[in-house]
Write a protein that binds this ligand. Structure first.
Ligand code: HEM
Ligand code: HEM
Length: 260
């Protein structure tokens, strides 16, 4: 099925993918070249897993999970399969976020640095907990066959809003974490003297903002939404498309294009 403004979609998707992948390369260069590398020894190299896994998991994988339904090459695949991919990527993102938290708590405890004192850690922990809740509710609502279609439809606007809100919050939390880390660790020359590491990591922050902005753009275009199963089914009259999901799942959504 053809997508409206396909070229526009392709450009936004490519720039988002590039920004996301370059962010991962940047965070790796930061910890491996400018900082102490990666290890699991209670020291600063263990802390370094924290930004690496947060950028790979909580930002890049979560962003990818959010837009998988929008990729037109997957529209001939069954909705159930796309749900497994969406849920699987979100689960992986959650697991990496938890490991990343263990790394920073471990490092703090070994170095006798207090836990949970910063705004970064408060908003960050709240985001991880709410993300876990979103995951459990997502599975309960959209993967359990016995959940009534009316519940699925009623919950969808909250699921979409919650997902986009969490993703945005996580980008903001990363920016706070990056700023803190630069202020803590740069001395002689200090952060305010703009050494190469500071400039490099500021660019990483900008890349994360660009990635976040483009994912949010894709996820909020009505015309790029995956068509409802009913429309896909009508188009594929040979019955090649599995219709495993009651149509109400998206018709309850405020974005009703696919239900017309
Ligand atoms: C600490 C969450 C990304 C730097 C923490 C803590 C949490 C957290 C809950 C508290 C750990 C403790 O008290 O022992 C998150 C989340 C992120 C994220 C959810 C998702 C994006 C980052 C990034 C950096 C970073 C990208 C960049 C280096 C720090 C630093 C600390 C820390 C320096 C120790 C100081 C403090 O507790 O604020 N993070 N973080 N964080 N994080 Fe992050
Ligand atoms: C849609 C986020 C977990 C099922 C969405 C959307 C977002 C989102 C932002 C809107 C996407 C769009 O408009 O194309 C999240 C986050 C999750 C999560 C952050 C984890 C923390 C789950 C789980 C399931 C699920 C575990 C279970 C299968 C769905 C379904 C849609 C959806 C069925 C509607 C897709 C459509 O009709 O096009 N999710 N989700 N989500 N999500 Fe999730």
């Amino acid at each position: 099925m053809a997508m409206e403004n396909f070229k526009h979609f392709l450009v936004v998707l490519s720039v988002a993918a590039a920004a996301g992948l370059v962010s991962i390369i940047f965070v790796l260069i930061w910890v491996l070249h400018f900082r102490e590398g990666l290890a699991w020894d209670g020291g600063p190299a263990e802390f370094n897993w924290h930004p690496v896994l947060m950028v790979i998991g909580f930002i890049f994988l979560q962003g990818t999970a959010i837009i998988v339904y929008r990729i037109p090459w997957t529209w001939h695949r069954s909705k159930l399969m796309m749900k497994f991919i969406h849920a699987g990527l979100n689960l992986l993102a959650f697991i990496l976020a938890v490991i990343s938290m263990v790394a920073v708590f471990d490092f703090h405890n070994a170095a006798k640095i207090p836990n949970m004192y910063s705004l970064h850690s408060w908003v960050g922990l709240a985001a991880v907990i709410l993300y876990g809740l979103q995951l459990v509710l997502g599975v309960g609502m959209y993967l359990m066959p016995f959940t009534p279609a009316s519940w699925r439809a009623a919950f969808m606007p909250l699921h979409v809003y919650g997902g986009l809100f969490l993703f945005t919050s996580v980008i903001a939390v990363a920016l706070m974490g990056i700023t803190e880390k630069l202020i803590f660790s740069l001395s002689n020359p200090k952060y305010k003297d703009s050494p190469p590491e500071a400039i490099f990591v500021n660019v990483l922050g900008l890349l994360l903002v660009v990635f976040g902005a483009l994912i949010l753009w894709i996820a909020t275009r009505k015309s790029w939404k995956r068509p409802s199963e009913q429309i896909l089914h009508t188009l594929h009259t040979d019955g090649g498309v599995e219709s495993d999901v009651p149509n109400e799942e998206t018709c309850g959504d405020v974005r009703k294009r696919s239900c017309k």
